[in-house]
Design a binder for this molecule. Structure first.
Ligand code: ADP
Ligand code: ADP
Length: 228
């Protein structure tokens, strides 16, 4: 079984919107999977549900064997989430922001580990800078550092390159490549086929709340008639 097991998951919001319909998916440890789909497809809802932030209407999610509804605390420890919007403490330094997030997870301080994370994200030189002084790309990397602060096995990246230029997008791809080498399981959302192709081992195409297909990236490229 995979590190994440999603079984017949559905979500209907109080507004009546069916954001997820009968989604089943098994994600292996160390895998990078891209959820590809247009705006409103249900990608964020799917991620939020796996992280236990949205309560599903039906179905189950297990993370590391823990049912997110009955064993949320254990599941949450395994998960780091980088939301779409950048939310940082503007006057806090990079180092303190990451320390603070680690503390929220009830973990003992470990500056050596935080140094490792900041170095891998090319943020070590900026450790004493206030987050408000950083460029957009750096802010996004601080968000990733915070999400990694408690050493999660699984990282969710919701639209990691939304609204960033080509150079920054390449930088993000490199960060994902580094995390892959560290053995982190990554689930990312995107509406760029190119991005899914570049980063992911498998791609799940989602539209109108339905997971239409899940394929190894190479196979998907074949179907779209694109040479790599
Ligand atoms: P739930 O049933 O999961 O609690 P609700 O439909 O009650 O969801 O809405 C929860 C919150 O999300 C509300 O604050 C609402 O304003 C906001 N919301 C409603 N519609 C949307 C939407 N289309 N996209 C994003 N947020 C929305
Ligand atoms: P995506 O991330 O693929 O853009 P979302 O999961 O954000 O898709 O949204 C899926 C559908 O659910 C959309 O129709 C959206 O408007 C709706 N939706 C998202 N969040 C809420 C919410 N909190 N309350 C009500 N509807 C929502």
């Amino acid at each position: 079984t995979g590190i994440i097991e999603i079984d017949h998951l559905s979500k209907e919001y109080d507004s009546g919107t069916k954001a997820l319909s009968d989604v089943s998916l098994s994600i292996n440890e160390g895998e990078i999977i891209a959820l590809l789909g247009p705006n409103g497809a249900g990608k964020t809802t799917l991620i939020s549900t796996i992280c236990g932030l949205v309560v599903p209407t039906g179905g189950t999610v297990r993370v590391g064997g823990h049912d997110i509804r009955t064993d949320w605390r254990a599941a949450r420890k395994l998960i780091g989430l980088v939301p779409q919007e950048i939310m940082l403490e503007p006057f806090e330094t990079v180092m303190n922001s990451v320390r603070f997030t680690r503390g929220l997870y009830g973990q003992a301080p470990d500056d050596a580990y935080i140094e490792e994370v900041l170095r891998s994200l090319s943020l070590w030189d900026k450790r004493e800078a206030a987050t408000k002084e950083l460029s957009g790309g750096m802010k996004r990397r601080v968000m990733i550092a915070k999400a990694l602060s408690h050493r999660p096995k699984i990282l969710f990246l919701d639209e990691p390159t939304a609204g960033v230029d080509v150079a920054l997008r390449r930088g993000m791809w490199q960060v994902v490549e580094q995390l892959r080498r560290d053995g982190v399981t990554i689930i990312l959302t995107t509406h760029y086929l190119e991005e899914a192709e570049e980063m992911a081992d498998r791609v799940g195409v989602i539209n109108k709340g339905q997971l239409l297909l899940v394929k190894p990236t190479a196979e998907l490229m074949g179907e779209f008639g694109k040479k790599t």
